[in-house]
Write a protein that binds this ligand. Structure first.
Ligand SMILES: Cc1ncc(COP(=O)(O)O)c(C=O)c1O
Ligand SMILES: N[C@@H](CCCC[NH3+])C(=O)O
Length: 434
């Protein structure tokens, strides 16, 4: 049985993932628990890689590790031959611990520190994405100090409002990211970077936002980028080797979402870049993309144990679980919607509508509003779907909750890949004042 397009089966009423029974996993590892179907992570990686291969286009698919970074995750991404986008020393450190090939790591960030850039240069990572004039000065100084050269991309802001939540738009005019194309900042930055003695400007980068369903805004971004490239080419003879069009490809969280197939994003971008390059009579640049959510999102679920239930007659039935905004901040931060199922009654017909509350001391700590469910008992297991991206990675310690464990499930084998935090972990940096 397929539930709402999520490729999870049901066996004797129990939700299965990666060939494993979610109820057994909840018993073995406790809840809340993040569980990933590793074969789905691999399938998502391959959807992009295979499309570019089929189109015979030189490309790099860089997993945006902010979506979910852990050593095991990056090892899977490495096995699938993807590249990697990191935005901090912590993400870069995790990549190094996973023994990720350094030449395929790209460093982002709108306020890179000296330590971050030093670490990137010392480890000879593949490329730094220059975001602003502060970055240019920093990278210039540190490359001189190390007496090294480095490939960079220049991140530009095309001034496009993507159709998504305001907090996750990044290509609009009023954005903290990148050099604005419209007001001439990008052109100024280009003049500093072009023919620089240590910095090799390999091309341009643009990321318009996250959880975007249509291709039209990506194509619009490509139009803006090529208009600028045409100018730089005419004035300086510049030809980009790489064009990075970012990530942001939308996924299904609930039935309201209608994402297109991942391969169609890749096809649309490839076609647009091909056409523009032909029009300018320049060689086809290598196409890089940076999917995060579309690699990890649908592959992950979170299991919770149901506890208190509160009925307010004529108003609402609250059903509280043992996690909440500490393991999934997205509903509280973006009013994000999720779908779920009572995992030990996965094929039971719904008899009521409930709202799933977290256990944090916040009225806004609601995971799902109005979920149809069968009769629910204390101790039932709730599975929330599509929590694989920006769930664990945005987990926090509000109310001093320890972070949950992460399990990888593949071909019927479960593997603990991030241990559950203990209360000792929670207080481990606290110092006494007695
Ligand atoms: C520069 C950059 N690249 C890639 C991503 C990944 O986005 P998504 O997870 O939506 O694919 C982000 C996040 O929005 C980003 O800021
Ligand atoms: N954290 C966001 C996406 C981050 C985008 C990164 N620039 C989300 O959960 O939707």
């Amino acid at each position: 049985m397929i539930i709402d397009n999520h490729p999870f089966s049901v066996d004797q009423g129990h939700l299965m993932i990666g060939g494993l029974n979610t109820i057994d996993l909840a018993k073995k590892y406790g809840t809340p628990l993040y569980v990933y179907d590793v074969s789905l992570i691999r399938k998502n990686c391959r959807a992009f890689v295979n499309t570019f291969e089929r189109l015979d286009i030189k490309a790099q698919v860089a997993y945006a590790s902010k979506a979910f970074s852990s050593i095991a995750m990056l090892q899977v991404v490495k096995q699938e031959n993807l590249s990697l986008d990191v935005v901090s020393e912590g993400e870069l450190y995790t990549a190094l611990q996973a023994d990720f090939p350094v030449e395929r790591i790209h460093l982002h960030g709108n306020n890179k520190s000296m330590n971050e850039v030093n670490m990137a240069i010392e480890h000879d990572i593949g490329c730094i994405v220059i975001d602003n004039f502060h970055d240019i000065a920093l990278v210039d100084t540190l490359l001189k100090k190390h007496d090294k050269q480095m490939d960079v991309l220049m991140r530009v802001t095309p001034g496009i409002e993507s159709k998504t939540h305001q907090y996750i738009m990044t290509g609009n005019e009023d954005s903290k990211f990148g050099f604005n194309l419209r007001n001439g900042q990008a052109y100024k930055a280009f003049q500093l970077l072009h023919n620089h003695p240590f910095i090799r400007l390999k091309g341009l980068h643009c990321h318009i936002g996250s959880q975007i369903f249509e291709t039209d805004r990506f194509l619009m971004a490509a139009d803006h980028l090529f208009a600028e490239i045409a100018k730089w080419r005419e004035l300086y003879g510049y030809i980009p080797e790489v064009l990075n069009l970012g990530g942001g490809f939308g996924i299904r969280y609930t039935e309201e979402d209608n994402p297109i197939q991942l391969s169609r994003y890749a096809e649309a971008l490839a076609e647009a870049v091909k056409q523009h390059a032909a029009k300018l009579s320049i060689p086809l640049p290598e196409i890089w993309i940076e999917p995060g959510r579309s690699i990890a999102g649908n592959a992950g679920i979170t299991l919770y144990t149901v506890g208190a239930m509160k009925q307010i007659p004529g108003v609402r039935q609250y059903l509280s679980v043992d996690g909440g905004l500490t393991d999934n901040l997205r509903p509280a931060l973006y009013q994000a919607k999720y779908d779920g199922v009572i995992a030990n009654k996965a094929d039971f017909p719904p008899t009521q509508t409930v709202s799933i509350a977290g256990k944090c001391c916040e009225s806004g700590d609601m995971l799902i509003w109005d979920l149809p469910v069968p009769d629910v008992d204390d101790g039932d297991i709730l599975a929330v779907f599509s929590t694989g991206a920006y769930g664990y990675s945005m987990a926090n310690h509000y109310n001093r909750f320890p972070n949950p464990a992460v399990i990888f499930a593949e071909d019927g084998i479960d593997k603990l890949v991030v241990a559950r935090e203990t209360y000792q972990d929670v207080v481990k940096h606290d110092l006494s004042y007695e």
